[in-house]
Design a protein around this ligand. Sequence first.
Ligand SMILES: *Cc1c(COP(=O)(O)O)cnc(C)c1O
Ligand code: SF4
Length: 332
Amino acid sequence: MSTDGQGKNQTPSRVLESQLADLGRVLHLDEPDLRSGLSAAEEFPFLAPPSYIRKIEAAGQPQALILQVLPQGIEMRDTKGFSQDPLAEARAAGSGLIEKYRGRLLVMVTRACAGHCRFCFRRHLPEANLRQSRVEDAFRARMAHESDISEVILSGGDPLVLSDDRLERWIRLVAAYPQVQRLRIHTRGPVFSPERITPALASALTASRLPVVLALHANHADELDDETRASLDLLRRAGVMLISQTVLLTGVNDTTDVLVRLFTRLVECGVIPYYLHQLDRIAGAAHFEVGRNRGLALVQELRHRLPGYMVPRYVEEVPGEPSKRPIEPLGA
Ligand SMILES: *Cc1c(COP(=O)(O)O)cnc(C)c1O
Ligand code: SF4
């Protein structure tokens, strides 16, 4: 399997097709399946960084990782209840700022990610209007007269695709507002590109007066190999608080054993499991959905098998709600 998306003598589209073919073979996909995946890739391009491909090659259950990045024909199927913008974020996202919950302002500092997760809830958001300078201006304008924003969340996309310089610039800007007490980073960086986590990056993140919380998006224990663990150790030793977010996904992590392994490995890596998300009902991702009753049963089993602090909160996002909504048994 090719570990480099930009082979020297091949055009990008040929590289793409041969990478897809390699991944498809591991999954026993046939030619028509792969062909239909190519149209899904036109809508939301295939992107898997070298480090993720290495994890796939080393994984005990490679399909759990492959399914997260492999475009499949099934994405093109319309499913009732799944839409382009289920969280009603498109309008707000135009400015790069989303203020959904009290005291917390989320800033989309980039639209780019090191890899493309097929279930991504932002895959259909408009690309326009996210020029860095515009987002910065919008941020300054918002902060100038909002005195109760105590936490700023750098998100995207993935903020860790930005250079150290650009991140430092953002963090300096955020720290300049005295009402801000915490900085949060939402990222898949340590999973997709652990090599990005350098001592220089750790210093950049922690150079301001703000305590830093990093929320790591991880869905399977095989994503947390030793390279990723080392990158998390580095951040932790620099004083960054580590918490996790997981999306519950059919075929990826919808069994108790897989979730126990994931949350055990996260804690081993110094990360406290924070949220287990019900899939956002984004068009193209319906095949990943796990039913709520199944989800509740899984979480119940986790409570029997793990210490309380290792069981994340099972939540969903409902537009207009003042917080993420806990998923609870009917009648509870
Ligand atoms: C999830 C989310 C947050 C953070 O919510 P917490 O419950 O504090 O983790 C903030 N802003 C937006 C837009 C979010 O989607
Ligand atoms: S890393 Fe996050 S924002 Fe980027 S594609 Fe994956 S889910 Fe979407």
